[in-house]
Design a protein around this ligand. Structure first.
Ligand code: CP
Ligand code: NVA
Length: 302
């Protein structure tokens, strides 16, 4: 059976461990300038319905470094934008390339792709999840703390796609996540249920200070995700007190670190002093997208 990566829970604990170990190995090889063309001659199609900087660059460079090739496809330039059925695009593309990475508005679009493609499909962000981001986040946390087990992680802000993947990841990592959101912006109920049913430790609170209390890691993300633009004004008002700033960091553990998937909006979800301060791991986190995704590609394609 082909393997897809649409959700962070499409891999097991053991597979996560293998991906992270391989990611660390590939990171070292790259640093040492050693060729590691494990996917020579393979092609990855990258379909984007929405903007991207990190996902686009890291997948394209990653495929190149593995000896393969990546094709950037703006969905607006494809026939799907003019009404070609997803199942037809998926089946035709499967005859050309070895894997497809898709960033789509609706998670159901990616699921439909995966149902009809005969090659692995990777979720490069949907309205429901951002599993590739979590691979990098977990790798970054492990690098810094040595292990993820029993770490206290606070999510502050919107209960969005990245938050959903973080919640589900507790099943694999043993991290305890406390999510602070305003009313009406909680993470998807079925995601929380699913994580809890599999032993994930997830707590939902209202106040950012409550989530931050004693936290080892604080994670935040934009208040206005792609697709939410029409709600911008309302969201800026609602999330006003959910900035990760120096005052909030005082509630966290003294050795706490901060993650943000980026792009960041300084002065909104994250203060400049935190983003640029000594507790920020955001650049390592961005870099680790490359290593983690290379390991994922090797796992799906070898
Ligand atoms: N974090 C992330 O996915 O960034 P991009 O939107 O730039 O790809
Ligand atoms: N939650 C953000 C993440 C961007 C990488 C969005 O969906 O726009």
């Amino acid at each position: 059976m082909k393997k897809d990566f649409l959700s962070i829970l499409d891999i097991t604990k053991g597979e996560l461990e293998q991906i992270l170990t391989e990611a660390e190995r590939l990171k070292t090889l790259r640093k040492e300038g050693k060729v590691h063309e494990l996917l020579r001659g393979r092609n990855l199609a990258m379909i984007f319905e929405k903007s991207s900087t990190r996902t686009h660059i890291s997948f394209e460079v990653g495929m190149n470094e593995l000896g393969g090739h990546a094709l950037f496809l703006n969905a607006r330039d494809m026939q799907i934008w003019r009404g070609e059925e997803i199942r037809d695009t998926a089946r035709a593309a499967s005859r050309y390339v070895s894997a497809i990475m898709i960033r789509a508005y609706k998670h159901s679009t990616i699921e439909e792709f995966a149902r009809h493609a005969t090659i692995p499909v990777i979720n490069g962000l949907s309205d429901l999840e951002h599993p590739c981001q979590l691979l990098a986040d977990i790798m970054t946390i492990r690098e810094h703390f040595g292990s993820t087990r029993d770490l206290r992680v606070a999510w502050v802000g919107d209960g969005n796609n990245v938050c959903n993947s973080l919640i589900l990841s507790t099943v694999l990592t043993g991290m305890k996540v406390v999510v602070a959101t305003p009313e009406g912006y909680e993470p998807a109920e079925d995601i929380v249920k699913k994580a809890r049913a599999q032993g994930g430790k997830v707590t939902l609170v209202r106040k950012p200070e409550k989530a931050a209390k004693g936290a080892d890691v604080i994670i935040t993300d934009t208040w206005v995700s792609m697709g939410d633009d029409e709600e911008r004004e309302e969201r800026l008002r609602v999330f006003h007190d959910y900035t990760v700033d120096a005052a909030l960091m005082h509630h966290a553990s003294p050795g706490a670190r901060v993650l943000h998937c980026l792009p960041a909006h300084r002065g909104q979800e994250i203060a400049d002093e935190v983003m640029e301060g000594g507790q920020s791991l955001v650049w390592d986190e961005a870099e680790n997208r490359l290593h983690a995704q290379k390991a994922l590609l090797v796992r799906l394609l070898k």
